[in-house]
Design a protein around this ligand. Structure first.
Ligand SMILES: O=C(O)c1cccc(C(=O)CC[C@H]2O[C@@H](n3cnc4c(=O)[nH]cnc43)[C@H](O)[C@@H]2O)c1
Length: 264
């Protein structure tokens, strides 16, 4: 059986390098593509084959870059089996008075609602575009209610559960936004519309759209660098999140390597 071929799309190089640190071995080989450069890891024979790349910030550039990488691989006759959107994110931290959102694996520990605190990991069971739609006098309407497209992609359930189990990541919806939330009002509106949301970032839905167009399954793994809410740059913990991302990939790499894409 050939080994699993995985494309990991981060937004920026520092996230890509944090993922790369989880993989021991020789330095990655650079493979240039139009608009992006793959970092091809040389794993031991029989292990998974991982290409990491910085796909850009925001859903549009991430989708375009991911589609380029997927098309290039397909044209060589060696397509990817899985795409992973990875990086840092804002975490929803509910009020201590609030319970966990139904269906999330986050919740109450010692009576304190925990959501997705800074430094924690989140694996998406739903990758949802939060601001793709129309504003109306009666509120926001997603594109699906306008009769177009989709707003949610669902990663393979068994893989999500395996990754959560091995990494300790919380499981829930990860929102994709084009504008970083910067007020309590916006955070509250997102939580009201997406009660299972644990995190927001800016690329997952774009990566997932590209993967879906190629019929390739997608995952999103995020390490929380800041709370979603009023803008406070001093509260960002990018170093801690990158460390968590490296640790998370160290744990999930064997799961990805042993995953059988035909068991979907
Ligand atoms: O200074 C700001 O308020 C600000 C505004 C826009 C972007 C940033 C970034 O640092 C880049 C966002 C980058 O990181 C992911 N990310 C991390 N935290 C969040 C968040 O709370 N909401 C959305 N995205 C977030 C995102 O995926 C981007 O790649 C700072």
């Amino acid at each position: 059986m050939t080994s699993v071929r995985v494309l990991v799309a981060t937004a920026v190089p520092v996230e890509r390098d944090a993922v790369a640190q989880a993989f021991p071995g020789p330095p990655a080989r650079e493979v240039p593509l139009p608009g992006a450069t793959l970092h091809r890891l040389a794993g031991p024979a029989g292990s998974g084959r991982f290409d990491l790349f910085a796909a850009g910030v925001g859903p549009a550039l991430a989708a375009a870059s991911t589609a380029t990488a997927l098309t290039a691989a397909a044209l060589t006759g060696d397509p990817y089996d899985l795409v992973v959107s990875a990086g840092i994110a804002g975490g929803f931290v509910p009020d201590a008075s609030a319970g966990a959102a139904p269906g999330t694996t986050s919740g109450t520990r010692s009576g304190t609602a925990c959501g997705a605190p800074v430094g924690s990991l989140v694996v998406a069971d739903e990758i949802t575009a939060a601001d793709l739609g129309a504003e109306t006098g009666d509120g926001f309407l997603p594109v699906t209610e306008l009769g177009f497209g989709t707003i949610t992609h669902r990663p393979p359930d068994s893989l999500v559960r395996a990754i959560a189990a091995v990494s300790g990541a919380a499981t829930g919806t990860v929102l994709t936004v084009s504008t970083v939330t910067g007020t309590a009002a916006r955070a509250g509106a997102l939580r009201a519309r997406h009660p299972r949301a644990l995190a927001e970032a800016m690329e997952g839905f774009g990566v997932a759209e590209a993967a879906a167009a190629h019929g390739v399954p997608v995952l999103e793994l995020r390490a929380v660098s800041n709370p979603v809410g009023p803008r406070d740059r001093a509260a960002w913990r990018i170093g801690a999140a990158l460390t968590a991302l490296t640790g998370g990939f160290g744990k999930i790499a064997p799961v990805l390597e042993s995953w059988n894409p035909h068991e979907l």
